[in-house]
Design a protein around this ligand. Sequence first.
Ligand code: NAD
Length: 460
Amino acid sequence: MDGFQPLRVAMIGTGYVGLSTGTVLAYLGHRVTGVDKDKSKTDLLRAGRSPIREHGMEELLELSKGHIVFTQDTSKAVAEADVILIAVGTPSKDNGEADTQYVEAAAEEVAQSLLPGRSYVIVVKSTVPIGTNRRVIYVINRVMGERGLSRSTPVHIVSNPEFLREGMALYDTLYPDRIVIGAEDPEGVAAMQRLYRPILEQTFNAPSFLARPSGYGLPPMITTDPTSAEMIKYASNAFLSLKISFINEIAGLCEKVGADVSEISRGIGLDKRIGPHFLKAGLGWGGSCFPKDTAALLAIGKEYGYEMPIVAAARQVNHEQRHRMVEKLQQALKGVRGRVIGVLGLAFKPGTDDVRESPALDMIRILVDRGAHVRAHDPAAVSNAKQALEELDVEFASNPYDVSLDAEGLVLATDWPEYVTLDLERLAQSMKTPVLLDGRNMLDRGKVEAAGFLYMGVGK
Ligand SMILES: NC(=O)c1ccc[n+]([C@@H]2O[C@H](COP(=O)([O-])OP(=O)(O)OC[C@H]3O[C@@H](n4cnc5c(N)ncnc54)[C@H](O)[C@@H]3O)[C@@H](O)[C@H]2O)c1
């Protein structure tokens, strides 16, 4: 690569974001050390195996061998690094605020490990509430002051929010829509330009399993102040959430007036001002980001005495959507108590094993609460779902056909592509009452009905 200058990178946290970004940076030629507190993760990674299901991850780790190592030891990784990225979790607190304790703890550990006489760039990649970058600067300065290093070790702090989608994480990192950098000083910006240069200029050889999309140009790098960078991330997720909630609200009305929401999505999505994405009606949104980030945005507003009724409504519609879907099933079956209900899909979306805030799990909780016996399947997320639903009496099946056995209702909760090719007749025949709620509008109604099912979609 022309003029490429590799950097030594420490990635603090090798979860969905840290591992994806770290592996891509290693593939681009940087020298990366992935640090994680969780020994089970670093052990797997050292063996070349990915702790998460992410398309192309193990293949890219293999191609990046020699450029990436994994450790639990923050100090060595940080001391030798030029750029340190913090990509630890920021879960919701009970009041909706994002909990920044892991970011602060990581910042403290990083500051303890900096060496005198060297300069460092510290990047906050986690999604953090407004002002957290200032807080990170404070923590780092405090620790460095205590260590007597303030003058001898220049540190530049950068906010670099992440926009990747789980299931597409490596692809999104190699071919982002934009890169957002929030920095107060030019040194921080220059380091990020150097870090992301192969992506900004698209000079790397695209791996065969992560081919460059046709027509992909060069991604813009947006340079702004850290507070605006933090806000871009929250505003982006809030907007995407409300797009989905909007179409789900329209779907509810479509059912009443006899319109088909898929036609509405197509009809409005072709308007360039609206765009076709995130206009698919279904069980609603979930995952590790939208629920917690919209809650955090409302909490930030509250802190400033500022109401955000649009974001609040998007959350409310999303919450009600799960209940509305269970209601639909209840009506068709005349109650779910005592009935076996099969659920296809547990992950919050296809391509991932992540079940955090998954609509499928929410629906299962409501169904169990109403006395149904739930049997569920997922191609990747059963192990995570078992943990998340530990307290409930839910049965897990290793193949979709076992789910339908003697069931009186079947819910398609996650749009895994493999569910499109299911043998519908086989499913219908093994059920006591062949009723199917297509919670993702992914199956062909005609085919489902021809197989003997009573079909219900969303907004149809
Ligand atoms: N998952 C996504 O799709 C996504 C997308 C964009 C942004 N984000 C944001 O990125 C951040 C990370 O999300 P994630 O999904 O990767 O989280 P994750 O829970 O999958 O990973 C976080 C990792 O950090 C490790 N960790 C915590 N404290 C540590 C420390 N002090 N030192 C070393 N390791 C430590 C944990 O063991 C864990 O493996 C969050 O703020 C999230 O909101 C996530």
